[in-house]
Design a protein around this ligand. Sequence first.
Ligand SMILES: *Cc1c(COP(=O)(O)O)cnc(C)c1O
Length: 459
Amino acid sequence: MNYIGTRGFHNHRTFAGALLDGLAPDGGLYVPQSWPSLDAAELATAAKGDYGVLTEKLLTLFGVDVLGAEAVKAAAAKTKAAFLRNGETPLTQVEDNLWILELWHGPTLAFKDMAMQMIAPLTDAALSQRGEKLTLVTATSGDTGAAAVRAFAGSAHVRLVVFHPLGRVSPVQRLQMTTVEADNVLNIGVEGDFDDCQRFVKQLLGEASLKETGLISSVNSINWGRLLGQVPYYLAAAAASGADHPEFVVPTGNFGDAFAGWAGRKIGANVGHLHAAVNSNDALSQAINTGRYVRHQATPTASVSMDVQAPSNFERLVFEASGREGAATKALFDTFAADGDVTLSADMQSALKAEVSASTVSEETTKKTIKHAYDAWGQVICPHTAVAVAAALERKSGKPIIALSTAHAAKFPEFVTEALGFAPEVPEAIQVLYGRKETITPIKNDYAAALAAVKGFVG
Ligand SMILES: *Cc1c(COP(=O)(O)O)cnc(C)c1O
């Protein structure tokens, strides 16, 4: 199994190549050269079994075994450890036909641990195979950076640079990134928003002067390895629910998590309809529902990790919906990059609608849903999860739905306290962070400053 790009790149890369590159050479994103399809019964059996074994099976199906069976095993074990709740699939049924899947039992209490714990050992394996060093540059609206810092701190082969929008990530998210003491980690705070950080990362990845210092890549969800780490839990959750092709409602920012679910369905797993729930930063839901994809300034919301106006993985969906037309995909995203405004063809819009649906959830509804989840089910949920649960409640009509819960409520205590009238219980993993020394390099919202900071770090 090899990989091609969404904008016409057809010289296949192995999984290791796609993992280390991040972006494809055509400026697009890597996707499998063709989607493997497995026997549905075989997949169903694997989904009911051990999560580590299921993960190994999927990783092998997608060509991760180029890194050796040992690396696949180690990666699967890491992601399994971040997934299980008391040794079991963390699925809770809250109503007839409605479940919540908790994806935050890893070290930073958010679902990004699932993929990041998995790709850190894979990245180390790929680098030691090649005898190379790698600089990872990553933009974060909070959770990605924290999960990356925890997963990569102390790695022998990787230097990690994380850009976050200053003052726009929650204090807990910030502490999880900035209190880790590791020589191979640099935290940069940008006086801008998440999309500015993401733009810097894209630009840095193409920076010739940095390539002289070694490999450079990203662990944002543009990276195929990240997405792959998020496929197994769709299968495990569907199996644990006992439902036939349950719908998944996914709280969505960059559309990475939702696309992983789409991939699960594509390979023939017991995954039904996919619905992307977004907050008021709703470029994605507008594109799917109105046919116009427009970039706006991001508005800060309580579900801060979803404050994204140019969702990077939308490109993978467009590529697939276009019938895998690299030229059409490139034209659409070139126009979007230049004008920030693209009108989709009627064919494209209906092809997208056939793959996923999307809806927007307001701050007010998010808050009411946090209260409802507690009053009705005794569940304390975070704002991201509440966006998904609100959309799921709206879509319920007798069909089975699994809503993804992507972070622990205590990562976002202010909003949850406003909604509930009391503060969420703070787990030990968060309590220990307060009072630790923080290290941040602040910069202006300016690419030259970003480049200088990275150069100073990598030497
Ligand atoms: C990143 C994140 C999301 C959004 O996931 P995408 O893959 O970017 O769509 C949702 N909830 C939480 C808590 C997150 O950290």
